[in-house]
Design a protein around this ligand. Structure first.
Ligand code: AGP
Length: 615
């Protein structure tokens, strides 16, 4: 998820673009760059790192004589490490066209080969640079920048927001979008483009949300919107009534709420580009060969906190799909227990930040023991991926809130993809079985969206329990790690005692905790596994008989649990192994709302940090 700004007007473009980027830095801070158009040429400045590095590079520039049209970008790296070379904007061979991009162009490798075959020299590792050279070719044929953009967009696959400038058409910025946000700010004698309204509401609150497969031409005099086919598009203006701070949070009160709401897109983007046209998984970025993966005889997952819970869920999928033994270890315990590691062991390190010291030290220990190490990480170029043999990035975009939400769901997607890929290369699943599961994964963004649309009763429930001292969480199979995750969310946000249990373990002691009206959340497995389902119905009856207030999360159509649920929360029916993707979301909302009802700042809970870089 990157930040994009475009401007045409009477103010110095550099000032407007840099100010806009500063409001979007939460969307990505691996690098930043600008391209401004003046006197028939483009001036491109870009630096790795935070926006401050770009500001420093521009400190000498006299902004008053820079152009009145320009574009800017803050990067959240997906393809290619964060460095100056991979920073946006990217230009064509002549330096006359500059483009910035948010999203993933799935067919960029083929386009790159085609362009290099026609003599273009591409210098970065990014998918974006190919677009600059494709635009160059169309402009060279006499097309306007807008026509060039329309033609190029028809050749791209994947999700993209593109914004470009061309020195031959000053005072013009052209944008395009497919499955990625782009909004127009309509000013008086000036107009804006941005990834979200935060970038320009200091200048104007009149906006136009661009639709799917549309191209926008931004001039001082006005805005023109067409489809990729060139036909005029109907657009409607709306008025933004958020303040700047709210705008950075997408209108939500907290980043955590915004990140919970972003989960469908985060899941979809983590799936993007990893399924080939033949329906087979393609995870080349893992940098582990198929033969190396076939030689694996054991998997050990190391992680902390929420990432550890993702690892616990991964175990079920990996063992079921690949027949490989899979252990899951708290990273902080891993190296002190003298783990048995050989060259045939694959250690998978899961970390949103890529900087957690406990996990990093576990990675180093595993590598010293000659195991192969694969990272699952959300921050491109962070320390842990750099020290792994291979990495599979989640594409959740920056996760600002301390409590991990969208990163967790995308970690699950990543572990499902790895497990299916292992099954694919090791032949423990037929191609059609892998394909069928991939198809099901492809429906999960919509299933998560469905949960988000029905969580209002969960918020009401959370507020009603704000005065409670404790909440217990029960689950079986993959529902057990979900119970642990629900308890962790409540602990770290509401500062309330909460504990997750394997439901079958209750009778071995913890059931003594049950007392009248004690709230107990129970994650009920899919009815597709009757043996699991029936056992947990019994567990619900056991705690209910002892006075518990039962809050039951169950799939649509499951009526067997209804008589025993004081509160019944419905989630879409999905296969057992995928249920954590939908069952976790109500628990995130529950914890966030209860903490808010207690007056806590859910983005920055006490005593916690987003990335724990000490052991
Ligand atoms: C989860 O809500 C917490 N923020 C915490 O448990 C976190 O998951 C853990 O510290 C691991 O962080 P990482 O994924 O960045 O390695």
């Amino acid at each position: 998820m990157c930040g994009i700004v475009g401007y045409v007007g009477s103010q110095p473009a550099l000032d407007v673009v840099i100010d806009g980027l500063s409001r979007l830095e939460y969307r990505g801070y691996d690098s930043a760059g600008t391209a401004v158009s003046a006197d028939g040429k483009l001036t491109v400045t870009k630096r790795a790192g935070k926006l401050a590095n770009l500001r420093e590079a521009l400190a000498g520039a006299d902004h008053s004589d820079t152009g009145r049209s320009g574009i800017g970008h803050t990067r959240w790296a997906t393809h290619g490490p964060p460095n100056d070379r991979n920073a946006h904007p990217h230009t064509d061979c002549t330096g006359a066209v500059a483009v910035v991009h948010n999203g993933i162009i799935e067919n960029f490798a083929a386009l790159r080969l085609e362009l290099e075959g026609r003599g273009h020299e591409l210098s970065s590792d990014t998918d974006t640079e190919a677009v600059a050279h494709l635009l160059e070719e169309e402009v060279a044929k006499g097309a306007s920048l807008a026509d060039a953009m329309r033609r190029v967009c028809l050749r791209l696959e994947g999700a993209f927001t593109l914004v470009a400038v061309y020195s031959g058409e000053p005072d013009l910025v052209v944008g395009a979008r497919r499955n990625s946000p782009l909004v127009v700010g309509v000013g008086a004698g000036e107009n804006f483009l941005a990834s979200d309204v935060a970038a320009f509401i200091a200048h104007t609150r009149d906006a136009i949300e661009l639709g799917q497969d549309q191209v926008v031409e931004l001039r001082r005099s006005g805005v023109t919107v067409t489809g990729f086919d060139g036909k005029p598009a109907d657009v409607k203006e709306y008025h933004v009534d958020w303040d700047v701070s709210a705008a950075e949070k997408g209108g939500h009160d907290y980043f955590m709420l915004k990140e919970i709401a972003e989960q469908p897109r985060a899941v979809a983007e983590t799936l993007l580009g990893r399924i080939g046209a033949d329906g087979r998984l393609s995870l080349d970025e893992m940098r582990l060969t198929d033969d190396e993966l076939r030689d694996i005889d054991k998997i050990i997952i190391v992680a902390c906190g929420t990432a550890y819970h993702a690892g616990l869920i991964a175990k079920y999928a990996i063992e079921h799909w690949t027949q490989l033994p899979c252990e899951v270890e708290l990273a902080s315990e891993f190296r002190y227990r003298d783990p048995i590691l050989t060259r045939s062991t694959l250690v998978i390190a899961i970390s949103q930040s890529g900087e957690t010291m406990d996990t990093l030290m576990a990675v180093r220990h595993a590598r010293e023991q000659r195991a192969s190490v694969l990272g699952i990480c959300n921050v491109n170029g962070s320390t842990i991926p750099r020290e792994c043999d291979g990495v599979l990035y989640t594409h959740a975009g920056p996760e600002i809130a301390v409590a991990s939400t969208k990163a967790f769901l995308t970690q699950l997607i990543a572990v499902y993809l790895i497990a299916l890929y292992l099954a694919q290369v090791r032949g423990t699943k037929w191609g059609d079985e892998v394909f069928a599961m991939i198809q099901l994964l492809g429906t999960m963004p919509q299933k998560v969206e469905q949960v988000l649309e029905t969580v209002e009763p969960v918020r009401d429930l959370a507020r009603s329990l704000a005065g409670e001292r404790c909440v217990l969480f029960l689950g079986r199979h993959v529902g057990f790690p979900v119970a642990l995750e629900g308890a962790l969310k409540l602990k770290e946000l509401a500062y309330m005692h909460a504990e997750g249990f394997a439901a079958g373990e209750l009778k071995h002691g913890p059931i003594a905790l049950i007392e009248q009206d004690l709230p107990v959340v129970v994650i009920v497995p899919s009815r597709a596994r009757p043996v699991l389902h029936d056992k947990i119905v019994s567990n619900i009856q056991e705690i209910r008989a002892r006075g518990a207030r039962t809050i039951v999360i169950a799939e649509e159509g499951d009526e067997a649990v209804a008589p025993y649920a004081d509160t019944l929360i419905r989630v879409p029916a999905v296969p057992t192994l995928l249920q954590p993707l939908v069952a976790t979301v109500p628990l995130q909302v529950f914890a966030c709302e209860l903490a808010t009802a207690r007056g806590h700042d859910v983005d920055q809970p006490r005593n916690l940090a987003k990335s724990v870089t000490v052991e």
